[in-house]
Design a binder for this molecule. Structure first.
Ligand code: NG6
Ligand code: CA
Length: 500
């Protein structure tokens, strides 16, 4: 009975739509950006991982465009997210560094943002997950409405953690209000000094269920020592092991609620950033320890989320973009067996370096676009950056608003063209390099070659470095001396973009 009704009604409805505005139906798909945290190029099956299974991300890759030269704008979180949302290079903003939980909002409320652009085109907009772009305008009072924040830069709805899972305050914030806060137990946060009488990771190792390796020795929440000090807010504190489910459920509820309007959801997952706290359902599932387990967990969440889109009959009208904010790191400050249990898994794939690095693994990340029925499955070697998402989506929805450094690569993202960027500037903790064509040039930088604490090569050298990525993706042979003309050309382009 139901089927018959549908078969009769749908052509009628479609006919009506075609008359009033076929364009509306076609040009305003839902848009979802699924953004992992510290997920490496080699952490995904579709990008070559053998020891770790990511069937749901692989499904997006095999059903969409799998980019092999897709970049985050930076090798750390805040700058990458800044660039994703504003279409502006993070090195243009000197405050775009890894932010403490008390930092003010980094994005100027007058600046064009991805959600604002979409909102102006009639979209409902939301962020669920990790924010890490600052909140308030200095000295946030966590016990009253927290603003400006995501809701002031274009998101109609926000359900976020302020900074990172390892930083205080360890609470969720919904539309500017701390969730489940008891007014008799106000929250205080300080990144300089502890509150009297409060235990710390440094002084109270007996209270810890996870040990710190470097940093991460301030306040203890759920037996996990964090960065920064926090007091109060007991009823509001998150349970780390439930975080994946918490964000997933909010993401699912959101798309169900707004399924009849075009929506934009920025689903910013916390995995596999430290502290890695898989839900008990996923403990031991990867065989690689907690880092692998939370990747399996994240993949499962993505599968559940896609299922919701399917059940709501939204999948064919939703463009999904999947990527990661920066490359991988094993020991990022806790003893969690990421190194010891790694086995043959290579989170960086064939690339050199990792998180914090100017070498490829810092910024080259899994990057997939998927739109069932619209994008034809393909592998693209085009050079693309997350910074281009803003202007490309702007083209998709017919907006005039573009990001200052963001290029319209819509046809590339839809798998219709191979012509990506000519060049892109990459950043790692305020240092920059240029990729142009198949080449990369890293200027000389002072500082250690290796960050010993995380055991990652940073890309620093007192000489210019030039690599031919087409022949040497692992950046083993520095051709700066052998190819002076190429080096010169790269330096010139680099300087002309940087304005130095
Ligand atoms: C570093 C932290 C690291 C991580 C990173 C931010 C120390 C020693 N290290 O300062 O654990 O939190 O900041 O990661 O504190 S990001 O992915 O959000 O950029
Ligand atoms: Ca990150």
């Amino acid at each position: 009975m139901k089927t018959k009704f549908k078969t009769l009604l749908i052509p009628l409805l479609l006919g009506a739509y075609a008359c009033v505005g076929d364009a509306d139906v076609q040009e305003k798909p839902n848009i979802v950006v699924i953004y992992a945290d510290d997920l490496g190029y080699g952490d995904v099956g579709a990008y070559g991982a053998h020891e770790l299974e990511t069937p749901n991300i692989d499904g997006l890759a095999s059903g969409g465009v799998k980019f092999t030269n897709g970049y985050a704008s930076s090798a750390t979180c805040t700058p990458s997210r800044f660039a994703l949302l504003t279409g502006e290079y993070p090195w243009r903003n000197e405050d775009a560094n890894i932010l403490p939980g008390t930092a003010p909002l980094l994005i100027d409320t007058a600046q064009i943002t991805l959600p604002e652009m979409l909102k102006a085109e009639g979209y409902q907009t939301a962020v669920v997950g990790k924010w890490h772009l600052g909140l308030g305008s200095g000295n946030v009072d966590w016990n009253s409405k927290i603003a400006p924040g995501p809701n002031e830069v274009g998101f109609d709805y926000s359900y976020i953690m302020a900074a990172t899972q390892d930083r205080v305050p360890t609470v969720y914030i919904e539309n500017g209000n701390v969730v489940r806060l008891n007014e008799d137990d106000p929250i205080q946060v300080n990144y300089q000094k502890n509150f009297e009488g409060e235990p710390t990771g440094k002084d109270n190792p007996e209270l810890l269920k996870m040990k710190w390796h470097h940093g991460h020795n301030s306040s203890i929440v759920n037996g996990i020592p964090r960065i920064g000090y926090m007091k109060g807010g007991e009823s509001a504190k998150w349970v780390d092991e439930n975080m994946a489910d918490t964000f997933l459920v909010r993401a699912q509820q959101y798309v169900k609620k707004y399924k009849d309007e075009p929506f934009f959801l920025y689903y910013a997952m916390q995995q596999p950033h430290v502290p890695r706290t898989p839900h008990p359902r996923f403990v031991g599932k990867s065989g690689l320890g907690p880092r692998g387990d939370v990747i399996v967990e994240a993949d499962w969440c993505i599968g559940q989320f896609i299922r919701t889109l399917e059940e709501e009959e939204l999948l064919e009208n939703t463009l999904i973009i999947f990527s990661s904010d920066n490359g991988p790191v094993l020991n990022d400050g806790y003893y969690d067996n990421a190194v010891e249990k790694l086995g043959d898994h290579k989170p960086w794939g064939p690339l050199r370096g990792g998180k914090y690095s100017l070498f490829e693994a810092g910024t080259r990340v899994p990057f997939i676009t998927y739109w069932k029925g619209t994008i034809k499955p393909t592998v693209s070697n085009a050079l693309v950056s997350q910074i281009d998402i803003l202007s490309s989506l702007s083209e998709l929805v017919g907006s005039d608003l573009k990001g200052p450094d963001s290029k319209n690569l819509l046809d590339v993202f839809l798998g219709k063209s191979d012509k990506g960027r000519d060049q892109v500037i990459l950043e790692a903790t305020s240092r920059t390099a240029i990729r142009k064509g198949g080449w990369i040039m890293i200027p000389p930088y002072e500082g250690p070659a290796v960050n010993e604490l995380v055991n990652i090569e940073l890309g620093n050298s007192d000489e210019y470095q030039l690599y031919n990525l087409k022949e040497d993706v692992g950046q083993r042979t520095n051709l700066a001396k052998e190819k002076p003309e190429k080096l010169k050309e790269m330096i010139e382009t680099f300087k002309s973009i940087r304005g130095d």
